[in-house]
Write a protein that binds this ligand. Structure first.
Ligand SMILES: Cc1cc2nc3c(=O)[nH]c(=O)nc-3n(C[C@H](O)[C@H](O)[C@H](O)COP(=O)(O)O)c2cc1C
Length: 279
């Protein structure tokens, strides 16, 4: 195959993303970020091509994009505490969920992570854990990025007690890793007090953006996982994609966090819209 250019274009109409473009490194969130960037490139190329022809009609046994979104939403709504989804396992269950038009879907552009997603209006707390300031920069940037879409407060894990976690707010955890796969020094007292106090956090929803370096192969992003595990052990429910940023990789932390948070807010919006639509 001809070598891809840096933006994924190989020749007119032929593109490449992910490991094929960047080499065999990166986790699923990195690939998603990469795929989104490529989708924007393809959309920009198509913008000059004129109106595309309509796609094929679906047959009765096929599921369209909205059907898959309903399956996704049903799996998330069925999640047990501490889990992100309960997989539908049979073809019949998948088809039934796909055809359940009582399940309201948020606007497609929003659900695809366009910047309009506002998490259904839920207020947001960005909790950061940092050693050298990177996670705090990302957290502060998220305050600006989300301004106008959500009521946002930013807090340092170092100054947060478990009883200050408010279930009425969506919590966005942005946390780095230090030492040998540990949380940042200042965030460790929070971890110690939450595992001592074990508060009931079953109403709390949170999402995680881990910052680390893949050259620490064994402990990549482990600090954020320790916070994730501590919250899940108290019954809190993680939503959205588990974001990860590799300090040694080509992606900018702030841009990766934007992609991540757009997806999280779109999912929050869908989760809040689901029960409202079914009520
Ligand atoms: C001494 C040291 C140890 C680190 N240990 C790890 C590690 O075990 N795993 C990991 O994924 N990243 C590790 N990192 C990378 C940092 O987590 C990464 O650079 C992160 O972006 C720093 O964010 P911060 O500035 O918010 O602390 C380490 C960095 C340093 C300097």
């Amino acid at each position: 195959m001809a070598a891809a250019s840096a933006d994924g274009r190989i020749e007119p109409g032929l593109y490449v993303a992910g490991w094929l473009r960047r080499g065999g490194r990166g986790t699923i969130p990195d690939q998603r970020t990469d795929a989104r960037a490529l989708a924007a490139t393809v959309a920009a190329d198509l913008a000059g091509v004129g109106s595309p022809r309509p796609g094929l009609e679906l047959s009765a046994s096929e599921v369209g994009f909205d059907g898959w979104r309903r399956i996704d939403m049903r799996e998330q709504l069925g999640a047990a505490p501490g889990r992100t989804r309960a997989k539908l396992r049979t073809h019949e269950d998948l088809l039934a969920a796909a055809r359940d038009t009582a399940m309201a879907l948020p606007d497609a552009d929003r659900a695809q992570g366009a910047s309009a997603a506002d998490g259904g209006g839920q207020p947001v707390t960005v909790l950061f854990g940092t050693e050298s300031g990177g996670a705090e920069l990302v957290a502060d940037d998220l305050r600006t990025y989300l301004a106008g879409r959500a009521d946002v407060e930013v807090r340092d894990l170092a100054e947060t007690e478990p009883d200050q976690l408010d279930p009425a707010r969506l919590h966005l955890i942005v946390c780095s890793t230090y030492g040998d796969g540990e949380a940042p020094t200042a965030a460790r007292p929070f971890l110690a007090s939450i595992s001592r106090a074990r508060p009931d956090l079953s109403e709390l929803r949170y999402a995680v953006f881990g910052m680390g370096d893949q050259s620490y192969a064994r402990t990549y992003s482990r600090g954020s996982e320790l916070v994730d595990e501590a919250l899940a052990a108290c019954g809190a429910r993680r939503i959205g994609e588990y974001g990860r940023h590799d300090a040694g990789g080509p992606m900018d932390a702030v841009e990766s966090a934007h992609d991540w948070v757009d997806g999280v807010l779109a999912e929050t919006e869908a989760l809040l819209a689901g029960p409202r639509a079914q009520a």
